[in-house]
Design a protein around this ligand. Sequence first.
Ligand SMILES: [Zn+2]
Ligand SMILES: [Zn+2]
Length: 361
Amino acid sequence: MKIAREIVTLLSIAAFSGCASPSSIPAPYLHPERLYLQDRPYTRLYVEIDRTEGVDLPPFFVDQLKAFLGEHCAKPDGVEVILDPPIPASEFENMPLSALSILCCNGPAPDHATQPAYLHVVAYDGKTAFKGAMREPRVLFTCPSTVFWNVDYARSWPDQTRLDMLRHELGHILGLCRNTAHGDGAHCDKHGCLMFPTPDLLSQIGGRVHLYYREQRLCDDCLHDLKQAAEVPCEDNLSFAGPFLIRKEDGYLVASLPFCELIVPHPIPVEFDWQKALGQAKAYVRKSMGRVRREEGNLKRYHEGAFTAFLGAPQTAGLTEMLEQNIAVLSRAMNDPSADVRRLASHMLKKRQEALATQGR
Ligand SMILES: [Zn+2]
Ligand SMILES: [Zn+2]
């Protein structure tokens, strides 16, 4: 009877040890992995790591991250990892995780002339902060350029298990598991592969009691997928501007961070000023925080809430002309593949049309 209970416990632990698989299914319109895997258009990779106060990263966290990316990403000018100072507790108290991830993002150091591929790691401790946020390590499918890392998850497991979880999430960022020939489109089906939802069974049992744990590696099929992805030309509608993943659509751009989508008219302004846009996004998030904090107890739903904004055309000509330009952009964005962008476009379009009607009177 005792043995049966042990097995049930172990199995429930096993089921508990995967990443947040549904959120790891990438949106079909976003394939940024080639920007990481290939040496063009970006010859460097810049990794920003943020962590909240009190977070202890496992030893060799930075080394393993760098080694994994260095092994799979063709970046002749290197992989640069910047560990930002811990974020003071006072700055993320009563704040949803979505807001924190935007506010702590600095983007690549501006002292370098060329734009790198950009990757963000946001580490936090779910035991003391962001109650109600998803616990599993994860990558957000609407903007697969950030790993959300809860150090409380699998805290009692060997360090290697947790490092494998990090490399597993990085595997998602590199676009692994889309191949349904050896998986379900979210994970690889090869038991023992790094991209399998859980570690191999022996490691699950041994790792729980710190007796045995085998480092999980990519299977040959996953390695083959990486090799193939590295050879397919990059889509030219995707790029990075600072930390933003830019998706170029007909008549507008969508500049994304996780939990943040900005609609930007294109080609006006001709050049997307990412530092200005990041400042605007942060100001917008800070402003929204006042409302979120007043609704205390309701914070949970904001952990997953997206911040969207429309950075309208600058008023270069008359007001009527500007409104007409914005209406043209928003009408196009009504058909965007992202549901959040469509929702914002619909809301803003109505407002602009009302303003234009008032203007005409
Ligand atoms: Zn996964
Ligand atoms: Zn595999």
